[in-house]
Ligand binder design. Structure first.
Ligand code: GLN
Length: 310
């Protein structure tokens, strides 16, 4: 169905209509108070294809909190600014611990295993802040996302960022551990404040699918990010983008994706498609339960797993 737009629309319509009313939807993240009250009965999907077309399904225009999906954008910015030197501060290996685990940090003496676990993402944000005020770093992050999506209406939910700053004790502990290990350049409240704000970016699936085009190689040639950095980011999304559920995601879906606890996933089929899917209920790894199922079914139908040989 990948080369037949009508068949692709029919398949996605069938998937979305079924999953919109699926009974078993996973559990909404409740450790962030502002996310606990989101209605789990929502499902949106948007897909951008290499011919420039975009198709939207279900609640594709409802904004949601992108949370850790933002880590793919900050990694792109940090690689652009600092290149391979970034890897002195953060590793590139998957972790078998949860996204907010303190265990790896303890074992690896303050060097987070990868840029997508919380500790690693806090380091990446801290690096982006080097040599300027936090508000300027945050402005660049928002500028990057808006430019990638081609939409200046994308905004940050201040109330959500504040609520995480007050209640996110696990992230505070990670920041303090990083600081005590000499792997945080700024004060914890500055780096974390910026991190909580990037997580509080609100987008809908239509915007998020557009923002992922640079990773799929679908954007204009005056690239926002070099092709070598795109390759790096996609490799990390494949191996680490779903935390300790990354192996499962690679097995079932088979292309790179980055999830967030808001229930969003930005996924890319290199050279073919950029996909955003959103459903707030999460599976045991903190990744969208129905979003993963939708991507798995789409991947099978379109033969889009990078591991397929047919
Ligand atoms: N802001 C969230 C946190 O730091 C992001 C986590 C996620 O989306 N997995 O806990």
């Amino acid at each position: 169905i990948a080369d037949d737009p009508d068949a692709l629309v029919a398949k996605l319509t069938e998937i979305v209509d079924r999953l919109r009313v699926a009974p078993d939807r996973g559990k909404v993240a409740d450790y962030i108070p502002e996310l606990a009250c989101i209605d789990p009965h929502q499902f949106g999907l948007s897909i951008c294809l290499c011919d420039g077309t975009q198709m939207n399904f279900g609640d594709a225009e409802t904004p949601f909190s992108i949370q850790s999906v933002s880590k793919a954008f900050t990694l792109a910015i940090a690689l652009g600014r600092f290149g391979e030197g970034l890897w002195r501060r953060v590793g590139r290996e998957p972790s078998s611990n949860a996204f907010n685990s303190v265990v790896d940090l303890e074992l690896e003496k303050g060097k987070p295993r990868n840029p997508f676990v919380n500790a690693g993402a806090i380091v990446v944000t801290d690096e982006i802040m080097a040599g300027r005020a936090p508000r300027d770093a945050l402005a660049e992050i928002l500028w990057f996302v808006r430019t990638a999506a081609g939409d200046n209406a994308i905004y940050i939910d201040e109330a959500l960022a504040k609520s995480e700053k007050v209640t996110g004790h696990r992230n505070w502990s990670l920041a303090h551990f990083l600081k005590s290990s000499g792997n945080l350049k700024h004060e914890c409240d500055l780096s974390l404040g910026t991190y909580f704000h990037q997580c509080a970016i609100e987008m809908n699936c239509v915007q998020l699918a557009r923002a992922g085009r640079f990773l799929a190689g679908l954007s204009a040639k005056d690239e926002l990010v070099s092709t070598s950095h795109v390759r790096s980011i996609n490799a990390l999304m494949m191996t680490c983008g779903h935390y300790d559920g990354s192996g499962e995601f690679a097995y079932r879906v088979g292309f790179p994706g980055k999830s967030g606890v808001g229930g969003g996933i930005m996924a890319v089929v290199p050279g073919k498609a950029s996909i955003a899917v959103w459903s707030p209920g999460l599976n045991e790894y903190g990744n969208s339960k129905l979003g993963t199922i939708a991507l798995e079914e789409l991947s099978l139908a379109a033969v889009w797993s990078v591991f397929s040989v047919n």
